[in-house]
Design a protein around this ligand. Structure first.
Ligand code: AQP
Length: 335
């Protein structure tokens, strides 16, 4: 079985974009892959937050992972900073990356825009993300398509290091992207991606939102005025976004939805979409409330960290050997 790795930042407001772009794939892939799913708290530190906020968000995401159907009996679920290999490999890759390529990363450019000086962690984010993936010899990385550039950088770094130090150093991974849901757009502005950090709550649907909030956000979603239900991202981004969300949650194709709603008004489509989304999220919310404050959750994360560490130690030993680093002393690494 080939290995899958991915992660989500514990930064609050996990939304249907995160779910449809990435998390839904996490669940689907666990039946025929060895899956490693991380809560990437070291990445979350690139944006300042209090210790309490970070700690709570870590447990929120862990509970959400389980609530949406990640099965800890099948998949490894753990917190990034519980495995020191991420930071170690991050440095080894830092020394094999260039400031030029990192300064071209769109996410860094967006997040540092209009700032006189951006946090160094934000600049290094893609290198740490490459380390996360390469540490587990992952062949496949399920993510939303906003992460494509970071996956390409990961591949470039792996190929570069393999060329210098030996082809057995890293497995070169591939990204895995959904057909519907790879980029869910903001409800208030369908030309921007739905995002956790957007100020307007109505721009997104968070997985924990109440039916009333979901209804308000969808009924207010920005559309156009021609009244025709047709998928056309360029000319009708709002309706196209709603059709994509509907398709991803219901399993119906966009073409079938266009036929089904031919001649109906936007109000009918939106009303039905509210129902589809509420029906999909309600079971997640019930399971989340059951598990969020349980000891079981902590036990699962500790158990996951042990398994993740066991894989990580092997990779670190192999990479250090290939790069000529250390002696194997100080920890149980066998060279
Ligand atoms: N709008 C989106 N559509 C589809 N997939 C998305 N992802 C994020 N937004 C969308 C995917 O969700 C996964 C987890 O994301 P993350 O927690 O690592 O952070 P992010 O990409 O920075 O998410 P946000 O919501 O955009 O947060 P902020 O506002 O903080 O930047 C990733 O696989 C991502 O592709």
């Amino acid at each position: 079985m080939s290995r899958v790795f991915s992660g989500v930042q514990p930064t609050g407001n996990i939304h249907i974009g995160n779910y449809l772009g990435a998390l839904k794939q996490f669940v689907d892939l666990q039946n025929d892959h060895e899956c490693v799913y991380c809560i990437v708290d070291m990445h979350a530190m690139t944006v300042p937050k209090s210790a309490e906020e970070l700690r709570n968000s870590i447990l929120d995401v862990a509970a959400l992972y389980l609530a949406i159907g990640i099965d800890p009996e099948k998949s490894i679920v753990f917190v990034q900073s519980d495995v020191p290999g991420h930071a170690e490999l991050g440095w080894m890759l830092t020394c094999n990356s260039y400031t030029g390529e990192l300064s071209r990363m769109t996410q860094y450019k967006q997040k540092s825009k209009n700032k006189e000086s951006a946090p160094t962690g934000l600049f290094m984010y893609p290198v740490l993300m490459a380390a996360d993936i390469l540490l587990y010899d992952a062949a496949l990385v399920p993510v939303g398509d906003d992460q494509k550039q970071h996956i390409e950088l990961t591949r470039d770094l792996a190929i570069r290091v393999n060329g210098k130090y030996g082809e057995d150093t890293f497995v070169v991974p591939e990204g895995s992207y959904m057909k519907s849901g790879a980029r869910v757009m903001a409800l208030d502005d369908p030309t921007s991606k739905m995002s956790k950090s957007a100020e307007n709550e109505m721009s997104r649907i968070s997985l924990m939102d109440s039916p009333a909030k979901i209804k308000k956000a969808i009924m207010r979603a920005t559309t156009d005025s021609d009244g025709i239900i047709r998928f056309d991202i360029e000319n009708k981004p709002g309706i196209s976004n709603l059709l994509s969300i509907y398709s991803a949650f219901s399993g119906k194709t966009v073409a079938d939805l266009e036929k089904e709603y031919d001649g109906s008004g936007y109000g009918t489509l939106k009303k039905d979409l509210v129902e589809v989304v509420v029906d999909a999220l309600t079971p997640f919310q019930e399971k989340y409330n059951e598990i969020r404050h349980s000891d079981e959750l902590i036990r699962i994360l500790q158990n996951g960290a042990e398994k993740a560490n066991a894989i990580s130690e092997k990779t670190i030993a192999r990479v250090k050997k290939n790069l000529g680093m250390g002696t194997g002393a100080g920890r149980k690494l066998t060279f």
